[in-house]
Design a protein around this ligand. Sequence first.
Ligand SMILES: C[S@@+](CC[C@H](N)C(=O)[O-])C[C@H]1O[C@@H](n2cnc3c(N)ncnc32)[C@H](O)[C@@H]1O
Length: 225
Amino acid sequence: MADDLGDKRGTNKPGPDVYEPLGMALPLSEQVQGLFLRRARSRIVQLLKETGARTVLDVCCGSGCLACRLTLEGLDVTGVDSSATMLTRAKEKHRAANFIQCDAAELSFSGRFDAAVISLALHEMDPGTREAVWRGMRRLVRVGGLLIALDFTIPKEKRWYTRLIGGLIDKDEQQMGSIHPPHYRNYEEFMGSGGLEGWLQSREQDRTTAHYFAGGNLGVFAVAA
Ligand SMILES: C[S@@+](CC[C@H](N)C(=O)[O-])C[C@H]1O[C@@H](n2cnc3c(N)ncnc32)[C@H](O)[C@@H]1O
């Protein structure tokens, strides 16, 4: 497995914990998100297994649900997140994975991973942070490894259930914006630029494979490193 944050551990200080007000709601929101993300997470597992990944960096791991799932699948997982609230919950639930508090825009490990995953976090970052996080993930994955992003996409077809799911996602993001306004502004900018597909395919082009879920509102994009 790639080494720990090493000499960066003391200097990479995360900012304010914007997820703190959600602490009490985490058990319920994990259940709801678990249903919503079940198929997308299964696809991530499948992609990792297909490429024979063993060590995985879960960037912005939150309360560790994906990290736990990957650990149960036998993978060696390191989760990083800036939120103490999220990491406290992650550590309570999943002792097998290794969780580290740091700013994902300043990732620094001395080794490399077989794969890096980022789930539902790119949309809430400002464009500069998003770029820095992705650059860091690319740097930390070995040649021949895999980068995987799960995030919101723009549905190609506008069916009623597609619009309904899109509306619920938007409401949820607005609520997060009422706690931390930049969150919703960044989400709006991300979606206005084409969601995950718009952001990633302009960067990675033909190295990317895409899988869609939730009526096309969610995408899992895999990029060969
Ligand atoms: C919506 S949660 C998603 C959590 C988890 N990946 C999942 O799919 O359930 C977004 C997470 O990204 C984290 N995050 C956002 N920006 C970050 C940054 N710059 N560095 C580290 N973590 C960050 C937040 O603390 C939060 O835990």
